[in-house]
Write a protein that binds this ligand. Structure first.
Ligand code: ADP
Length: 649
């Protein structure tokens, strides 16, 4: 603590007082002396005297003021310096008066301030050092976590491949044996084995789906589909199971629900399947109801589809409700042990709903039942349905006339596919890798190719690129048949020039549906993946305007756009992940403008929606719109490939 001594000497005021008093006494004495000595009073002299007295008093006052004002100015400047952050001391003379006292006090204050700010600076440096160390530690931990996450994703991709390949053989062989004459008990045992294998596959698929979503690589499609029919088809298999428990399952679709909407029917089905299989599993009496309604969203101009799944089943205790959306979590282990389940269904459902940009709510009462409500944004479709659904019977085909090339390195899988195709009446040849396939194409005229992706010598992607590079093979449908079930594989296959994609284990009815849709005349019926039609990807007027001058030009400008698109989409994704709405809006505007320039109106519209969501700061909306934008760009890609083929033929 700093101590300040009081001034020891006479003050300035005293000095000034003594001066003035002495002066007045002197004036009075002089005037009295004059009057006494001469006996007359002279006014002129008196005035002169007064003037002299005033002059001297004035000079004295001026000197005194100077004595006071100069140190005060110095003090004022020093205070100003302190206010501006400069701690400067005052220089003063040891006059022993208040000025010296103030100057000393001021300098002591500056010293104390210096000590304090030094202390603060040191603390700040210490704190900064700690933050630096902590940040470095966090960065290191984050790096490790990212590495671990990458390793996990790679592990899952590999595991999926490793497991799906034998599963393909396993399920395919069971299917083939089931097709042959068997004893009733043998058939029953085999059906049990098939059921177990399907259950294993379902868990495997769940794990893969979750890892796909978590690594941000799950992409939603946006294709037109008949929502009312789709809902009916989705609940039908569950109706059968519910009836077995004598539980009724009812579907109510409100009048406002349109016929056709744009969206991802497969993922919507997956959401409904998860909710419905839980409802059926946990309801032993009463009924289950699915209600679908539709309402406009005032802020975005889009529509919202609300689907509620209600049951009168076991219900979920309130304290367990927040956990049921977590991975591998079950509210009641005993029921799940009885009926099976991995605890992944709702985690996947929740994440899928998030991807759609929607919401999922649950309310439940133990012993009374549960209600799950999903609300998903969507647009009313301008297009026609993309494809016959998996529920519809396979179109009539002419297998006997068709020659199929199976490109597959795994002997068991070769046998399975051959068995399935032979049973359907196809003729076929097999190649063990891409280069063998190219050699066989020189000798036979194949109607379709079923192409594995991962193979020794030459993989399926490379083989496809080489096939597509040769004009006479442009038209041959190539269907990828791969255990690579991770997201992005489909895109890679399509980008290499394949027409469609089947993941292993191959489902025989899906295989025939796909194959036969290609084999039917002029590729009239195409699967959703190959022709997801909304509005025309490119405004036909552009074709007409440009084609006159140069027929290849339309394809060229679209190709240029598509070459630049991945980089732009990556930038958009990065900005979205970093939560930088302004950058998202700017990138979306760039994509919109370049899409408009090539008359790719649906892409431009989707990019506009991304920009609008960014402007609202609506993160879920941005994610949803970006997915739709991606699928629209993919559709444009397919369209460009078809145009190229058409231009060459
Ligand atoms: P699981 O594969 O075990 O069904 P889910 O993630 O689908 O996993 O569900 C998690 C848990 O939530 C279930 O194990 C069950 O305890 C509870 N649950 C989900 N839906 C219902 C329902 N309709 N009625 C009662 N409990 C339910």
């Amino acid at each position: 603590m700093l101590h300040l001594e009081p001034a020891r000497h006479r003050s300035l005021a005293t000095k000034f007082f003594l001066f003035t008093a002495a002066l007045l006494i002197w004036v009075v004495l002089v005037m009295v002396a004059y009057d006494v000595a001469y006996g007359n009073v002279s006014i002129g002299k008196s005035l002169l005297l007064c003037a002299v007295v005033l002059l001297i008093a004035g000079v004295l006052a001026w000197v005194t003021m100077r004595l006071l004002v100069r140190p005060l100015r110095t003090l004022q400047a020093a205070l100003q310096a302190v206010r501006e952050g400069r701690l400067e001391r005052i220089r003063y003379r040891a006059t022993g008066d208040e000025i010296e006292f103030i100057a000393r006090s001021f300098n002591l204050m500056v010293e104390s301030l210096e000590a304090k700010s030094k202390e603060i600076r040191e603390n700040q440096e210490l704190l900064e050092e700690r933050i630096r160390v902590r940040t470095a530690e966090l960065e290191q931990a984050m790096g490790k976590a990212l590495e671990a996450n990458k390793a996990k994703t790679e592990f899952l991709a590999n595991m999926s491949h490793e497991l799906r390949t034998p599963m393909n053989g396993f399920l395919g062989m069971i299917e083939l044996v089931l097709d042959s004459p068997l004893q009733p008990d043998q058939r029953e045992q085999l059906i049990t084995a098939q059921r177990s294998a399907h259950a294993l596959l379902a868990i495997l698929n769940d794990i893969l789906d979750l890892s796909k979503i978590e690594s941000g690589r799950m992409q939603l499609e946006s294709v037109p589909f008949a929502i009312r029919t789709h809902l009916r088809e989705c609940i039908r298999p569950h109706q059968v199971r519910a009836q077995q428990n004598t539980v009724g399952l009812r579907l109510r679709i409100d009048d406002g629900v349109p016929e056709m909407i744009d969206g991802d029917p497969l993922r919507l089905r997956q959401i409904l399947n998860n909710l419905l299989s839980n409802a059926v599993k946990f309801t032993s009496a009463g009924h289950i109801e699915v209600q679908a309604g539709c309402s406009p969203q005032p802020d975005t101009g889009e529509m919202r589809l609300d689907i509620a799944v209600r049951d009168t089943g076991a219900g979920i205790p309130a304290d367990k409700l927040p956990q049921i959306f977590e991975k591998f979590t079950q509210a009641d282990g005993s029921i799940s042990r009885r009926f099976g389940g991995s605890g992944l269904g709702l985690a996947i459902t929740k994440q899928l709903v998030d991807l759609f940009g929607g919401t999922l709510e649950v309310s439940s009462q133990v012993g009374r039942g549960s209600e799950f409500v999903i609300r998903l944004p969507f647009t009313i479709s301008a297009g026609t349905p993309a494809a016959a659904s998996t529920e519809t019977p396979a179109p009539a085909a002419t297998p006997a006339d068709a020659l199929i090339l199976i490109v597959e390195d795994n002997i068991v899988n070769q046998k399975v596919i051959k068995g399935l195709l032979r049973r359907r009446g196809y003729r076929m040849e097999t190649a063990a890798d891409g280069s063998q396939a190219l050699a066989m194409l020189e000798h036979y005229r194949f109607d379709a190719i079923l192409m594995d992706v991962q193979m020794p010598v030459m993989d399926g992607l490379e083989a496809t690129r080489r096939i597509r590079a040769i004009e006479k093979w442009h038209e041959i449908p190539i269907i990828a048949m791969t255990a690579h079930a991770m997201s992005g594989d489909q895109e890679r296959c399509l980008a290499a020039g394949m027409d469609a994609y089947l993941s292993k284990p191959v489902n025989s009815s899906e295989l025939f549906r796909l194959l036969e849709s290609y084999l039917n005349e002029e590729r009239a019926v195409r699967p959703a993946v190959a022709k997801a039609a909304g509005a025309e990807p490119i405004d036909p007027r552009l074709h007409d305007d440009v084609r006159e001058g140069d027929p290849g030009l339309v394809v060229d400008v679209i190709s240029l756009f598509l070459q630049l698109a991945p980089e732009r989409m990556d930038k958009l994704q990065l900005a979205l992940t970093a939560g930088q709405c302004a950058t998202v809006a700017a990138e979306a505007a760039v994509i919109r403008q370049s899409a408009q320039r090539i008359a790719a109106n649906p892409v431009a519209d989707r990019a506009k929606k991304v920009g609008e969501a960014a402007a609202r700061g609506d993160h879920a909306g941005m994610r949803h719109s970006l997915l739709l934008l991606r699928s629209e760009v993919d559709r444009l890609k397919r369209h460009a490939r078809e145009m190229k083929t058409a231009a060459l033929s």
